[in-house]
Design a protein around this ligand. Structure first.
Ligand code: CMP
Length: 477
């Protein structure tokens, strides 16, 4: 709330000072008394009382002008030093103290024989009356003073007191003025603010909002999270340097429930920004073929057995497998048989697919995404190889019966096809060359592991030794 300009504040008291000064001068001329300080404060003769009244009015007017000028000067310095305007309550209190002091001085000088102290202290009744009459006012005043001392919020902050939320417009000696988001002005008295709990969203603070939405179970969370995060960070009034956080808050009955947390530049515009965020999410979903969830009931008809756990049909799996180097020599029937026994699995970024030291009964082919092969070096994991689409892993434990040699972790959202021991065994029987091709890969990978091992490598196995061990393990001899 802006104060009236200084000019209009001092115009009237200045005029009054001039008028009463002139009156005093005229009275002095008429009375013919010598012009002195005493003449103003203790005038004698017939015109004595008139002169005293004129003098009191003159000095009161001068005091008014002086206090207002002083107030302006002091708080100009305050603004220059602190960089912001002093609260209205502080300015009012400053003026009040000066007014009371000036009034006491003026009255004391003009009525030097009257003891004001005795007058005030003697009047217990006046005290009680004043105390009762000003109970609420004083309560507000003191609560206002403690609000200023505490500084829980400032003009421009968004606060919630009781059921009211709005931007603080002013803090006066009586109340806090809030402008709600429906443009209503609410005055909450300082004493009720002191009693209530207040939620404060500082004007220049990093205030966040959370917006909820739901997506279908068939939409990948990694994709949803990425798409929404990018859409929200572009919104107007969203802080650029704080990346929005999108996360799953619940696996609901008919949707995966998400929340997006974002930070605002200007918190007082959160209603508009929430709406814009929702709008951007809608468009981003549309562009990326994602679907909003709504209450649904899905009826599952039994599917023919050719589908794997992740919804791929046999032909698609066979096509994916044919892209793998080592399976290139296989006939269409063999690929079909392999596909029938393989199943698709999807992993989130960072999920472990294979853990070093575990027993292994299957191998995997990367059909989408990529994985990291990691070994522990001096207690810290180190990626020794990244395998992409068409690569396979997990063959070492499957073909030798030894524990898994490394951790394999999804580097991004990754789909793999899992192939079990039995499927490989029947392939080996019809394709003896396959064993040899695989034993080469295993040997190469073992060399890679040895190069990255901190411990001294064990005794190396010859390719022929490895080959015969695989044959033996699969009962191919
Ligand atoms: P397995 O030992 O069953 O489980 C870990 C897998 O990581 C392993 O089979 C290989 O498929 C793979 N792996 C281990 N070392 C390497 C390497 N040097 N290069 C590529 N893949 C590897």
């Amino acid at each position: 709330m802006s104060r009236p300009p200084l000019k209009s504040q001092i115009a009237f008291p200045s005029l009054a000072a001039v008028v009463f000064g002139l009156a005093l001068y005229l009275l002095h001329q008429i009375s013919g008394a010598p012009f002195s300080w005493r003449f103003m404060t203790e005038p004698e003769g017939g015109l004595g009382w008139a002169m005293r009244v004129a003098s009191i009015c003159f000095w009161f007017s001068v005091a008014f002008v002086a206090v207002r000028l002083l107030n302006e000067l002091v708080f100009l310095v305050f603004r220059k030093r602190k960089g912001y305007d002093a609260p209205a309550l502080m300015r009012d209190l400053f003026s009040l103290v000066l007014y009371v002091t000036a009034a006491a001085l003026i009255l004391k000088v003009h009525f030097s024989t009257v003891s004001f102290g005795a007058l005030l202290s003697g009047s217990a009744l006046l005290g009680i009356i004043l105390g009762l009459a000003l109970q609420d006012t004083l309560g507000n005043l003191f609560s206002g003073i403690s609000l200023h001392a505490d500084k829980p919020f400032q003009v421009g902050d968004v606060i919630t007191v009781g059921k009211h939320t709005g931007v603080v417009m002013a803090i006066t000696w009586r109340a806090v003025k809030i402008k709600t988001f429906s443009n209503h002005i609410i005055l909450v008295s300082n004493s009720s603010i002191a009693k209530e709990s207040i939620e404060v969203c500082p004007q220049n603070g990093q205030n966040a909002r959370i917006v909820f939405f739901g997506a279908l179970y068939t939409d990948s969370p990694v994709k949803v999270i990425h798409v929404v995060r990018e859409a929200v960070r572009e919104c107007e009034n969203v802080l650029r340097y704080m990346t929005p956080v999108v996360r799953i808050r619940n696996l609901g009955d008919s949707s995966v429930e998400y929340e997006v947390k974002y930070w605002l530049s200007d918190y007082s515009r959160y209603n508009d920004t929430d709406a814009l965020v929702r709008q951007r999410i809608w468009y981003a979903f549309r562009r990326n073929n994602l679907t909003f969830a709504f209450p649904t009931r899905t009826l599952y008809m039994e599917q023919p057995a050719s589908r794997d756990g992740d919804g791929h049909d046999r032909e698609t799996l066979a096509e994916l497998l044919s892209a793998v180097d080592i399976f290139a020599p296989l006939t269409a029937d063999e690929l079909g048989a392999l596909a029938a026994s393989a199943s698709g699995r999807v992993f989130a970024p960072g999920e472990t697919i294979i853990r070093a030291g575990d027993d292994g009964a299957s191998m995997f082919v990367v059909s989408r995404g990529s994985v990291d092969v990691r070994v522990e070096q001096n207690g810290t994991p180190r990626t020794i190889k990244r395998l992409a689409e068409g690569d396979f892993f997990g063959e070492m434990a499957l073909f030798t019966g030894e524990p898994r040699t490394a951790n394999v972790v999804a580097a991004e959202e990754t789909e793999v096809l899992e192939i079990g021991h039995d499927a490989m065994r029947s392939l080996f029987q019809t394709n003896p060359d396959l064993v040899e091709a695989l034993s080469h890969t295993i040997n190469e990978r073992r060399a890679g592991l040895a190069a990255n091992a901190t411990a001294a490598p064990g005794e190396e196995e010859t390719p022929a030794g490895l080959l015969s061990r695989i044959r033996h393990f699969f009962h191919l001899d």
